[in-house]
Design a protein around this ligand. Structure first.
Ligand code: KG4
Ligand code: ZN
Length: 333
């Protein structure tokens, strides 16, 4: 039997999870409301909140899994990519825990973990599969050949998809993080109300900065005509923006599927919680006869269950690291 403690602290969520023989028994997530009033994550405040949250979060994960800390066989932690100060808290905790208990330490790549979240529940994808990983910091199309054999086929050249949602929300004077709010208002609006450009980017890469500027100019012009524009048309503008972001993402995914001939297609990361993206992917999957994989909501945004499941796979491979390990703000998939 293998009991893995997973620790996630790459951005503004402190999370701990217990995985027993590949089954997730607990997944505790402590969010950090403090960033909302600043309109984005403040790295210094995030590190401090992680420091406060980490012990209670781990305690709760252990309790909910009905084990004791002495039962844990290995500790897996997010090494990167992410905010360095935040990563240092999880890394230091994991190292201390492993040292005190004399158990193996496992490093996990956060972006790989978002993808490996698809191995938490059934049905699980078969290798090779394609994964569109869309979060606040990344937008990637990955060919997943094995648990830890991943090939980057395309990525954003500027903003990530989550950033496009959050920056649009800021233009619309909505609080951070704006992605979930745009999703909510979009469900009540007309996606064809406003036309927004689709960037012409070669290959399987993405760009969202032009879209952000187009939205800013559109909103500024409309407010000049009608100072009440945002109040009157919030749902329609959210629906139009969301529909454009989703079409940019899925057109590239379609291209990747065509190029590779792969018909198992997944989405992962915070933006995979978006209802427009989820619905459109299901439709596209039916049209192109793909097997489509959409994570449960709790495994879309940052969580330690994905770290624990990735850690479990590394545990099976005896893929451990030493106490000299350090976190990395940037890390390739
Ligand atoms: O994966 P994640 O929790 O953190 C990173 O690793 O970045 O992703 C956070 C991002 C934020 O930009 C947030 O606005 C976005 O995911 N997000 C959404 C939704 N839920 C979260 N974007 C659009 N629609 C949603 N429902
Ligand atoms: Zn993430």
């Amino acid at each position: 039997m293998a009991i893995i403690l997973g620790i996630e602290s790459s951005c503004d969520e402190t999370s701990a999870s217990i995985c027993i023989d590949g089954e997730i028994k607990s997944n505790i997530i402590a969010g950090q409301a403090i960033h909302s009033k600043y309109g984005g994550v403040v790295p210094e405040l995030a590190s401090r909140a992680h420091q406060q949250n980490i012990i209670p979060t781990v305690d709760q994960a252990i309790q909910q899994a009905k084990i004791t800390k002495n039962d844990i066989d290995a500790v897996a932690f997010t090494r990167g990519p992410g905010l360095l100060g935040s990563l240092l808290v999880g890394t230091s905790f994991a190292k201390s825990f492993a040292l005190a208990r004399e158990i193996p330490l496992i490093e996990v790549n956060h972006m790989q973990a978002h993808i490996l979240a698809h191995f938490i529940d059934d049905p699980k994808p078969n290798f090779p599969f394609l994964c569109l990983t869309v979060s606040g910091g990344h937008t990637q199309i990955v060919l997943v050949n094995g648990y830890f054999e991943m090939e980057l086929l395309g990525q954003t050249l500027d903003d990530a998809a989550g950033e496009a949602f959050d920056k649009t929300a800021k233009i619309l004077t909505l609080p951070y993080p704006g992605g979930p709010l745009i999703d909510k208002y979009a469900q009540l609006g007309d996606p064809n109300a406003f036309s927004l450009p689709e960037p012409q980017i070669a290959d399987l890469n993405f760009s969202f900065s032009g879209l952000k500027t187009a939205i800013l100019y559109l909103v500024q012009a409309k407010i000049k005509e009608d100072p009440q524009f945002l109040e009157r048309h919030l749902n329609d503008i959210c629906a139009s923006v969301q529909s454009r972001i989703v079409s940019i993402l899925l057109n590239k995914l379609k291209k990747a599927a065509k190029q590779t001939g792969v018909k198992e297609v997944a989405i992962a990361g915070g933006v995979s919680a978006n209802s427009g993206l989820r619905n459109a992917l299901v439709e596209m999957g039916e049209e192109y006869k793909w097997r489509v994989f959409i994570p449960k909501f709790e495994y879309c945004t940052d969580n330690a269950a994905m770290i624990a499941i990735a850690g479990y796979q590394k545990y099976l491979r005896q893929d451990f690291v030493g106490q000299d390990i350090t976190p990395l703000a940037r890390m390739h998939i």
